[in-house]
Structures are given as C-alpha cells and as structure tokens.
Design a binder for this molecule. Structure first.
Ligand code: NDP
Length: 475
C-alpha cells in the first residue's frame, strides 16, 4: 500500500538492454499501464524481439536522452563501458537510474551525475520468471534500495517501479542496499557454491575410487533431482527442519556429522574471500577489465573439462537414440510388427486388434507401477514402452539410467525395487514396517541394547518379505 503506480505511469521509462530482465520488465510495465517505454538496443536479435513485442527500439544513446527513468539491464560486466561510451553524455537532467543488481553501484564503477537519483529494483528471479509470475499474478521476491536521492522522491519512484513490474505482490519488497545485494551475491558465487561444487566433485571421486558405478553415484548425488526437492522443502519449512522428511538414519548421519564440524577452516576461508576479495573491491576492479575477464573465464572452463565428474556427465549425455537400449526396443518393435503381420495373414483383422489391445493393456499396467519413480506428470499422458516407437518426448536417457541404477545397486538384493511399485505404496510399506518395529520390537529391544542396527536389519527383512509377497501377487 506504500506504492503509487501513477508515478512511473507518468514518466518516460527507457530500457538499456532487452534481454532476460529487460524484456520481462518492459512487458510487465506496459501491462501495468506505463505507456511511454523506450527500448535502447543495437539493431540485432534483441531489437527484433522488441519489435515483435510491439516496441520501436532506438539506439542506447537515444534511449538515454529520452528517459526520465533509465532501467540499466545489460550484463553487469558491460555496464561500465556502455555507461561511459553511450549513456553518461546523454542523460536527461533530474532523471533516475534503476539497476537490477547492486554490483556496479556498490563498487562505484559508474560516474553518476549529481542530480540523478539511483535506486535498485532487483528481482530475485530469472527474467522468464518475472514475466510468467506477473501474468499469473504470483508474487516473487525482490530487493529494493535507494542509493542516491537528490530529488527527495527516489523511494517513491523505486517502489512505484517495483509495483509496476509485479514485485510487490507478496506484501511488499525486501529493503536492502546495493552493497548488501552485491556482497551476498558475489559471496554465494565465490565462496558458497564453489565449496558445494567441490564437495560434490570430491564425493564423486571418493565413491568412484571405491568402485561404485558412475551412474549410481550421479543418480544419488543429483540426477534424481532429490537435492532440488530438499532445497524446496528447506525454503518452505527451514533449512534444518526439512530433515524430518529424511529417514532416521539419514537424519542421524547428517546431524551428527554437521554438529561435530567446527567449520573453522571454512569460516576463515570465507572471511578472506568476503573481505579481501569482494568488499575491498579487488574483484570488481579485476572483473571490470572485460578482456581479461573473458580470457580468465575461458581458461576456467577449459580446466574444468577434465574433471572426472564432468566427463561422467558427458558420458551420460552421449546416451542417445542409438544406444543399445533403443536398438533392443527397435528390434522388439520390428519383431512385434512381423508377428502381427503373420497373425493378420493367418487369422485376419479381429485377432490382430485383440492382440494389440492385450499388448497395450499389459504395457500400460506395467507402467502404472513404474511411472511414479520418475516425473509422473511427464508420463501419465503417454503409453510408455510400446509408444516409445512413436513418442519422441520420452526421456530415454533417464530411463536408461534408472534401469542401470536399479540393476547395479538394488535389484539383486531388494525385491521391492525390482518390483518398481509406485512411490506412494513404497512409502506406505516403509511406514508400516517402521510402525510395527517401533510399537512391537523397539520397546523391548531398547531395554537390552541401544544398538539400532538390529532394528534396521529387522526392518529390511520385513520389507523384503512384503516385497516378495507383492512380487508374487504381481507376477
Ligand atoms: P542479458 O544477458 O539477458 O542482457 C542482454 C541485453 O544486454 C541485450 O539487450 C543485449 O543487447 C545487451 N547487451 C549485452 N552486452 C552489451 C554491450 N556490450 N553493450 C550494449 N548492450 C549489451 O542480461 P540480464 O537480463 O540477465 O541481466 C541484466 C541485469 O539484470 C544485470 O544487472 C543482472 O545482474 C540483473 N539481473 C539478472 C537476473 C537474471 O536472472 N538474469 C536476475 C536479477 C537481476 P545486444 O547484445 O544486442 O547489444
């Protein structure tokens, strides 16, 4: 309710850049009743897109000349050069600069006229998300700040823009600053995520050295998309609280190791990165040298190419339509077709129809059980296995991995995996086993020993029994 959308509606808003954020924000502003939008871009594919969207792009210099509000939406590393060469000399008096990331303002890389307001409206969302959520009336988070306010009205302008791009629908925006936004962002990029990536890399190396298969490791680490699921729960319920969705063994493993981890080395390393490299401006200074930046980035890409985990990923990618699995499918398809032809020639049409119906039903039933294991929403609309000859949307790679993973780790020992019952039923069985043990075995066992391994073993045997019974029924 602090926002007044009429402020931005009464101004000329110039976009410098029509990429991810530029396009999304310009379309949102237009749909919010901002009629004077100028798009500044050289005449290329981005400008073509702007024309297709109903705008009339002009040069960056011209856009800077016309705008009361300048939305600087080109990549951070290019902003300083473009600002110096095309924008600075053409800025309208008493205008407002809007940045979507704090980087260039925080590290004083732009020379800003005295009479210019500077605000940040930084969606915590990719451009496509900014547009989609606006259209679907779904809120998304956004950081806002006022960095320079000679007019005295910068906050009102800032909130007006945030509201017009749909960034205040979640009951407001988050007050921050360019320094905070850029600092946290760079810290995540240079400290947090590299550490996480290195942990995954080393995890992969250690497991592979121990003789585990690449597919199984990658599947367990991220191909299953389980980490994405965990992070989603962490966002909804809390970083640690989401652990309640993990097994007790997993909870114990994670908590006991994390609680004993003193974090000293990592803290020191992070401290150094944050203060000496980021907040000191050292990184920004280096990164502003675009030629050096491009060369260094290319070097890093080259270096990572040889990491075993990257090569394993590559090998996964080469699984394609010509894989052994598909050749088997094609042979099967040909076999079935020849068989149908023979039936047709010997017995006529009705038998063929009957046979095909039987075949389809049997495949459909099998798949009813297997679908849940992997992105059910993708599969419920098609007839997997049989339809694979016609259905180009089937994700062959994932299916191969799933199969291999099952073969190499569980199948031989765990009948319920081979059975591939639906995830819900599997969870229910697991819970059932857990409850039986909790209520009928654990109470007396815990008076004798606190060693959980017997209970876990019993649970495994119980599940084995149930799995075997269901498999027999299924067969
Ligand atoms: P894009 O890479 O999508 O920007 C492309 C646009 O920038 C095009 O219009 C392109 O035009 C123009 N551009 C690129 N290089 C130059 C150059 N050297 N000179 C002039 N124009 C150039 O950027 P984003 O939309 O991803 O990012 C824009 C801003 O939004 C950044 O500050 C970013 O940090 C911020 N941001 C981005 C988010 C995201 O998810 N992408 C999220 C939140 C904030 P052309 O090539 O034709 O010149």
């Amino acid at each position: 309710e602090d926002t007044d959308i009429t402020i931005v509606q009464s101004k000329v808003v110039s976009f410098i850049g029509y990429g991810n954020q530029g396009r999304a924000q310009a379309l949102n502003l237009r749909d919010s009743g901002v009629n004077n939008i100028v798009i500044g871009n050289i005449d290329d594919d981005y400008a073509k897109q702007a024309r297709e969207d109903g705008f009339s792009p002009v040069s960056i210099e011209e856009a800077a000349r016309q705008g009361d509000i300048l939305m600087l939406l080109i990549p951070d590393e290019d902003q300083q050069t473009v600002w110096n060469e095309k924008i600075r000399g053409n800025i309208k008096p008493n205008s407002t600069l809007v940045v979507a990331s704090g980087y260039n303002v925080a590290f004083n890389l732009l020379t800003i006229p005295d009479d210019m307001d500077v605000v940040m409206v930084a969606p915590r969302m990719i451009g496509a998300g900014v547009r989609d959520r606006y259209v679907q009336h779904i809120p998304y988070p956004c950081f806002v700040s006022v960095e320079k306010d000679p007019s005295g009205t910068a906050l009102a302008t800032c909130l007006s823009i945030a509201s017009a791009i749909g960034a205040t629908r979640g009951n407001g925006a988050v007050g921050s600053s360019c320094r905070e936004e850029a600092g946290i962002d760079l810290f995540a990029e240079q400290a947090l995520w590299p550490e996480i990536m290195a942990i995954f890399r080393e995890g992969f190396n250690v497991l592979r050295e121990a003789g585990f298969s690449e597919e199984a490791i990658l599947f367990d680490m991220y191909l299953s998309k389980e980490p994405a699921e965990i992070f989603e729960r962490a966002a909804d319920e809390g970083f640690v609280k989401q652990l309640k969705y993990h097994s007790r063994t997993s909870q114990y493993g994670q908590l006991s190791t994390m609680n004993r981890h003193d974090g000293k080395d990592i803290r020191e390393k992070f401290h150094h990165i944050l203060h000496d490299n980021i907040l000191s401006g050292k990184f920004a200074e280096k990164w502003s040298n675009t030629k050096w930046a491009a060369e260094e980035l290319a070097k890093e890409w080259k270096e990572v190419e040889n990491a075993p985990i990257v090569q394993a990923d590559e090998r996964m990618d080469t699984e394609n339509i010509f894989s052994k699995d598909n050749i088997e499918r094609i042979s099967l398809g040909l076999g079935i077709s020849i068989f149908l032809l023979i039936i047709f020639l010997l017995y006529g049409k009705i038998h063929v129809v009957f046979f095909v119906l039987l075949l389809v039903l049997s495949y459909k039933f099998t798949d009813y059980y297997t679908l849940k294991l992997n992105n059910p929403e993708k599969y419920f609309t098609c007839w997997p296995n049989l339809a694979v000859f016609f259905d180009t949307t089937k994700i062959v790679k994932e299916e191969i991995l799933r199969k291999r993973h099952a073969n190499c780790v569980y199948v031989k020992r765990n009948p319920w995996v081979y059975l591939m019952i639906s995830q819900r039923l599997d969870d229910a069985l697991d819970k059932f086993c857990g409850l039986c043990l909790r209520d009928h075995i654990y109470p007396w066992l815990s008076t004798i020993t606190h060693d959980d391994s017997l209970v876990l073993e019993a649970k495994l045997i119980f599940r084995f029994l149930l799995g075997t019974v269901i498999r027999r029924l299924h067969n």
